[in-house]
Write a protein that binds this ligand. Structure first.
Ligand SMILES: C[S@@+](CC[C@H](N)C(=O)[O-])C[C@H]1O[C@@H](n2cnc3c(N)ncnc32)[C@H](O)[C@@H]1O
Length: 383
């Protein structure tokens, strides 16, 4: 067996059995550009060029990991933010399974990226039934060519996918491969009754989970499922920025202490998911002393780029109380603490007990029952 066939079948073997054949029929390297981006020892992205190292490039294509295919929306800003990836194959497979596809269903994909997922969709429903929308012109052009050459001539539209694609609506399935916090109503409106939306849903605080919504007469309702950390749609991306840019020595601060350790509120998937749902727009960054991730001394920064509020939460071993400093119109630590205490009080529900309802009037997030809407009454801030 050639190296390529070995790599391809090894990757396919990691997929759910119903999807193995599709992953064999759609070789991933047909969709990956000749230059991809990998992290160097400092965590900065650096190019890996197929011409320079064809073996490393091919192995990257067949590793179960996301591949960065674009930085900084294709501009030479030098910040190095990944703006498009070919998603991790096992996550792609989980999303495809969640979509419950069968031949002949019409599918709208938001976020063409490399075109790989569009080809996998086409392998089941037929290329003529797939429409994929990409906001970035260069990526859309590249994916169109890759899809044609690989034999999956789906319709690639260069546009803002948050608006859906009305000319080919209604769709049986709408699959977003970029995360949102607010589900565009266009996706619900352009889905048939009985149709399904598969959407990676993120918050500023938490990387997110996959949402499966069932559409019925202009409304969509459903619960969260698997772990799905995706890059944001361009319009919903939280502002970029470093701690140094946001936390300034000249800022006025209020100081307090807390006995709450960040271990669960920041480190636990379900706790931070619930906090992210309850506390809008709050980013977090953990900075270890001396950049050493084994250090037990670190500071958690909570930041809201809109109001420019921030809080720092300093952890050192052997302490019963941790110093908290807060700046700005929002008391971000107090908001986090209230949300966390609520989550504990209601029995530490896993993220799968939360769900979302989308109507023409907006979106509601709920716990257990669509009538039990968030954010809950959180009580007075403690710090
Ligand atoms: C994780 S990548 C998608 C991966 C892709 N499905 C694949 O198989 O390679 C997310 C993509 O969404 C695109 N995107 C971001 N905002 C968008 C929007 N509003 N409409 C359409 N595409 C968008 C990005 O440019 C990026 O290519």
């Amino acid at each position: 067996m050639s190296d390529l066939h070995l790599l391809l079948s090894r990757l396919a073997d990691q997929m759910p059995s119903a999807w193995r054949d599709s992953f064999l029929q759609v070789p991933r390297h047909h969709f990956i550009p000749d230059t991809i981006w990998v992290r160097n020892a400092d965590g900065r992205p650096e190019p890996l060029r197929r011409d320079d190292d064809p073996t490393a490039w091919l192995h990257a294509c067949y590793t179960d990991a996301p591949i960065a295919v674009q930085l900084d929306d294709g501009e030479a800003s030098g910040r190095g933010y990944v703006s498009s990836t070919a998603s991790m194959p096992t996550v792609v497979a989980m999303m495809l399974e969640t979509a419950d596809l069968s031949p002949g269903l019409s599918v709208l994909e938001i976020g063409t990226g490399s075109g790989y997922n569009a080809a996998l969709l086409a392998s089941v429903v037929g290329a003529q039934n797939v429409t994929t929308v990409e906001i970035d012109t260069q990526l859309a052009e590249r994916a169109t060519v890759a899809l044609q050459q690989a034999g999956w001539p789906v319709e690639v539209v260069t546009a803002d996918g948050e608006k859906g694609h009305p000319p080919r609506a209604p769709f049986d399935r709408v699959m977003a491969t970029a995360a949102v916090n607010t589900i565009p109503y266009a996706w619900v409106e352009q889905a048939r009754s009985g149709g399904v939306l598969v959407v990676p849903f993120g918050t500023a605080f938490h990387s997110g989970a996959l949402l499966r919504l069932l559409v019925d007469r202009g409304e969509a309702v459903g619960r969260f499922g698997g772990d799905a950390a995706f890059m944001w749609t361009r319009a919903q991306r939280p502002a970029h920025g470093s701690v140094e840019e946001r936390v300034r020595a000249e800022h006025e601060v209020s100081e307090a202490t807390t006995s709450l350790h960040p271990y669960e509120p920041v480190g636990d998937f379900d706790a931070s998911f619930a906090i992210g749902l309850c506390v809008p727009g709050m980013l977090s960054t953990l900075v270890y002393d001396h950049d050493d991730p084994t250090s037990e001394r670190y500071t958690v920064y909570l930041m809201d780029p809109n109001s420019q509020s921030w809080a720092s939460w300093r952890v050192e071993p052997g302490r019963a109380e941790y110093p908290v400093r807060q700046h700005g119109s929002r008391r971000l630590f107090a908001e986090l603490e209230s949300a966390y205490r609520w989550w504990v009080m209601v029995g530490r529900p896993p993220h799968t007990r939360f769900g979302v309802t989308v109507t023409p009037h907006g979106q509601r997030v709920w716990l257990d029952d669509p009538e039990n809407t968030l954010p809950p009454r959180l009580g007075a801030p403690q710090a």
